[in-house]
Design a protein around this ligand. Structure first.
Ligand code: ATP
Length: 263
């Protein structure tokens, strides 16, 4: 059973009021309001009426254990899973019932769990596919932006993506999403299966992308790393929100310390 949602978030300072102007590969900072989101797989109640607020220009983390409902939440936000109940408002527009391609067209782009890069295609071709939402014309400055973030992708540009290491494939998945000039980037466990040093590299890049003005929603089992870079965090347990607050508050919360950080 999940504990009722506590609300240190009422004390959380907003990062949205003076959101930075995007200098990188974001179109504009964007906000998302989720109310009562409910998603079932048949009789399995995977997500049970959750509320989330993503401030424009911020990093929001959704953390929790295996099977808590994190991926289901992201897939529902992307329109890839039907919502049984609830509403999703993006920059003032109700997008609850939009199809996945319409949601992508609004600038909500997901980096899926397991990366889903096209392993038989080259790094360049994967990146060009990312620009599909913009008519397929990948601009040189967009390539330059992702190469500055991940120089290794430039070195491997004409190599087959399947030959990249796990960390490089994650970099490619993030870079491909950035080629679409998102307004909101949804990331499903970018640290999964990566060595700690590579995780650090990925999280440094996420901070940098966010500093350039892009709003991030980060789903992670790596609770410590995610809450460290997030202004606001939510803890999901058995499909319900157990806690919410600033990243710092949650990192020091006894329940988080005990259940997720082994302290
Ligand atoms: P993980 O880190 O393992 O991806 P998660 O927090 O993302 O965990 P979900 O994958 O969203 O969790 O799963 C939430 C619940 O829904 C779990 O009980 C899971 O077994 C169930 N579930 C997920 N996908 C399906 C599916 N396609 N059909 C039926 N049940 C599913």
């Amino acid at each position: 059973m999940s504990a009722p949602t506590q609300s240190p978030e009422t004390r959380t300072s907003s990062v949205g009021q003076n959101a930075p102007r995007p200098a990188g590969n974001a179109s504009a900072a964007a906000a998302l309001e989720v109310r009562g989101l409910t998603v079932h797989y048949g009789h399995i109640e995977a997500v049970r009426g959750i509320d989330l607020t993503l401030e424009p220009g911020g990093i929001t983390a959704l953390v929790g254990a295996n099977g808590a409902g994190k991926s289901t939440t992201l897939l529902a936000l992307s329109g890839l899973l039907p919502k049984l109940a609830g509403s999703v408002v993006f920059n003032g527009e109700d997008i609850t019932r939009l199809a996945p391609h319409q949601i992508v067209a609004r600038g909500i782009v997901q980096v899926p769990e397991g990366r889903a890069i096209l392993t038989t295609m080259t790094v360049r071709e994967n990146l060009e596919l990312g620009a599909y939402r913009l008519g397929g014309n990948a601009a040189a400055k967009d390539f330059d932006y992702v190469f500055a973030l991940f120089p290794r992708l430039k070195e491997r540009l004409d190599g087959v993506a399947g030959n990249l290491s796990g960390g490089e494939q994650q970099m490619l998945a993030i870079a491909r999403a950035l080629m679409a000039k998102p307004r909101l980037l949804l990331l499903d466990e970018p640290s999964m299966g990566l060595a700690p040093i590579v995780v650090q590299e990925i999280f440094r890049a996420l901070r940098s992308i966010n500093a350039d003005g892009l709003t991030l929603f980060l789903v992670e089992q790596n609770v410590r790393q995610a809450l460290k870079i997030a202004q606001r965090g939510y803890v999901l347990e058995n499909g319900s929100l157990a806690l919410s607050g600033s990243g710092k508050e949650l990192l020091n919360h006894p329940r988080v310390l005990q259940a997720y950080l082994g302290v």
